[in-house]
Write a new protein. Structure first.
Length: 110
């Protein structure tokens, strides 16, 4: 959700319509984990569980309608984005270590 919100903000700043915002923000929110899962040889969670897409699209629509009120809190959303990146890093490293027993270098790439 954190990545999707950041994608939605950037799409709105580039004057995208609602469909463009949903498309860009959904790609931003789901592509990283999907690519990681495919590279690791797993079926992507975003395809197996529609909850990921539902949460992403719902947050995109909320940002679209509340942008004028939320743009003053952009710095807060960047902090959530950084937090999401940290969580994404931990999940990727844990995934690489627990499922495949990989050493330090592949864990960094995961």
């Amino acid at each position: 959700m954190a990545f999707a919100v950041t994608g939605a903000f950037k799409a709105i700043e580039h004057k995208s319509d609602l469909v463009g915002i949903i498309l860009l923000a959904t790609i931003t929110g789901l592509a990283g984990g999907t690519i990681r899962d495919v590279v690791m040889g797993q079926f992507p969670n975003s395809f197996a569980d529609p909850t990921y897409v539902i949460i992403t699209v719902a947050s995109d629509v909320c940002i679209f309608f509340l942008y004028s009120r939320l743009k003053q809190h952009w710095h807060l959303f960047l902090k959530f984005d950084a937090f999401g990146l940290g969580i994404f890093t931990i999940i990727g490293g844990t995934f690489a270590y627990n499922w495949f027993g990989l050493n330090f270098l592949p864990i960094i790439f995961a």
